[in-house]
Design a protein around this ligand. Structure first.
Ligand SMILES: [Zn+2]
Ligand SMILES: [Zn+2]
Length: 375
C-alpha cells in the first residue's frame, strides 16, 4: 500500500463531511468506472477510489489515516485490501448499492414497474387438429392483481410502514471480518427487500402478495399446419405485472397425438396401404384414407411390394400459408395370403403349375436378364 492521498483522489478537503465524501465518490466513480474509463490505469484508478472511499467513510480508519497515513492503517492491521484487491464484480455490487443500479448487473428498484412472468402451457391436440387448425377453450391459472387491495398488498384502510431494519432506505450495511480485514458491503435490506416500506396489515385476500392465483378460460386459436413442438404465444395472459408493470405472455407448446395410421413429416403425410396378391398382380381401383376423407387410388397391374405412390395436395398445409399443402405418400404393402381355404389353395396350386410351365418355356436366367433390362 503506497501513501496515496485519499482526499486528493476523491477531490475533497480534509474537513469533508461524510455526505461530501459520498457525493464526491459517486461523481468520481462514474468518471472512473472501467465501463467508461478506457485509460490504461482505469482499473487501478478505480481501485484507489474505492479504497479512498472506504477509508474516509470509516471514522476509525480515517483518523488513523489522518494521523499516520496509509502506512499507519497498515500498521494498525488495516492492510485488508492489500491493493484493494477484489474483482470488478464486487465493485459493481458496491456501486449498485450506491447508485441503485446503472452499472453492469444493476439491481432492480423494487418499487419500479415490473412485467409479469411468462407462463408455459403444454397442450395436446389431435393429429387432424394440427393439420386443419382448431379453436379450443383452455383453462389456465395465472396471477392477477388482487381486487381487494388493487395489487398493493395492503389491507384497505391501512398504510405501509417504514421498514424498521433499514429505516426506509431499502439498504443495509454489513461489515464482515475476512482474512483480508473488515469489509463493508451495502446490500438490499432483507426485511423489505429494498422497498423501504413494509406491510404491517397485509391484505386479507392476497396475504400481502398483491396478486392472487386466478383460473380462467381462454380461447386458443390453433392455426392450420402446426406441428409437434410448435409454440403459440397468447399475449398478455401470463402473470400480471408488479407495481403497474404489463402482464407476461403464455407460451403454449403443442403436442400432436400420433395417428392410428398416418405419419407426418413436415407437410407430407405417409401411409402404409396393404394390398392383396391379386390386387398387386392384376391392378385395382381402391379407396384410401386421406386427412380429407377417402380418395380413389389406382393400383397398377404388377405392383411390387414397397411401391410408393403419391396424392398431390393431400398433405398438411404450410403454416401461415394454408392454401398450399404437402402431399400424401402411400407405400403399397403386398400381403402374402395366409389361412388359405380349400378353394384358394386349389387356385394357388393351379397358379404354381402354370408358373412351372412358364419357367420351362422361359428359362430362369432369361427372367433375371429381363429384370435388369426392364423388358
Ligand atoms: Zn390483496
Ligand atoms: Zn428495509
Amino acid at each position: 500500500m503506497s501513501n496515496k492521498d485519499y482526499y486528493n483522489i476523491l477531490g475533497v478537503s480534509k474537513e469533508a463531511s461524510k455526505d461530501e465524501i459520498k457525493s464526491a465518490f459517486r461523481k468520481k466513480a462514474r468518471e472512473l468506472h472501467p465501463d467508461v474509463n478506457k485509460s490504461s490505469t482505469a482499473e487501478q484508478d478505480f481501485k484507489d477510489l474505492g479504497q479512498a472511499y472506504e477509508v474516509l467513510m470509516d471514522d476509525e480508519k480515517r483518523s488513523l489515516y489522518d494521523r499516520y497515513g496509509a502506512d499507519g492503517l497498515k500498521n494498525a492491521g488495516y492492510d485488508f485490501h492489500g491493493p484493494f484487491d477484489f474483482g470488478f464484480g464486487d465493485l459493481s455490487e458496491i456501486l449498485n448499492s450506491f447508485f441503485g443500479g446503472g452499472f453492469a448487473g444493476a439491481r432492480q428498484d423494487p418499487n419500479a414497474p415490473r412485467r409479469g412472468s411468462d407462463l408455459r402451457l403444454d397442450f395436446q391436440i389431435e393429429f387432424e387438429e394440427a393439420i386443419f387448425g382448431t379453436e379450443k377453450d383452455v383453462e389456465i391459472t395465472h396471477l392477477e392483481n388482487c381486487d381487494r387491495c388493487l395489487g398493493k398488498g395492503v389491507e384497505p384502510g391501512t398504510k405501509l410502514n417504514t421498514c424498521p431494519t433499514c429505516r426506509g432506505s431499502g439498504q443495509v450495511q454489513q461489515t464482515t471480518q475476512t482474512i483480508l480485514g473488515h469489509f463493508t458491503q451495502v446490500s438490499t435490506c432483507p426485511q423489505c427487500r429494498g422497498a423501504g416500506q413494509i406491510i404491517t396489515n397485509p391484505c386479507k385476500k392476497c396475504h400481502g402478495e398483491g396478486r392472487i392465483d386466478v383460473s380462467k378460460v381462454i380461447s386458443l386459436k390453433i392455426p392450420p399446419g402446426v406441428d409437434n413442438g410448435n409454440k403459440l404465444r397468447v399475449s398478455g395472459e401470463g402473470d400480471s405485472g408488479k407495481n403497474g408493470g404489463p402482464p407476461g405472455d403464455i407460451y403454449v407448446i403443442l403436442y400432436v397425438k400420433p395417428h392410428k395410421f398416418f405419419k407426418r413429416d413436415g407437410v407430407n403425410i405417409y401411409l402404409e396401404q396393404p394390398i392383396s396378391f391379386s390386387q398387386a398382380a392384376l391392378g385395382d381401383n381402391i379407396e384410401i384414407e386421406t386427412v380429407d376423407g377417402k380418395k380413389p387410388l389406382k393400383v397398377q397391374p404388377g405392383t411390387q411390394t414397397g411401391t410408393v405412390v403419391s396424392i398431390k395436395g393431400a398433405g398438411a398445409p404450410y403454416l401461415n400459408m394454408p392454401s398450399r399443402r404437402g402431399d400424401q405418400f402411400i407405400k403399397l404393402d403386398v400381403q402374402t395370403p395366409t389361412h388359405l381355404n380349400d378353394e384358394e389353395k386349389k387356385i394357388f396350386a393351379r397358379l404354381a403349375e402354370i408358373e412351372k410351365q412358364k419357367s420351362k418355356k422361359e428359362p430362369f436366367i432369361d427372367k433375371i436378364k429381363g429384370a435388369f433390362t426392364g423388358s
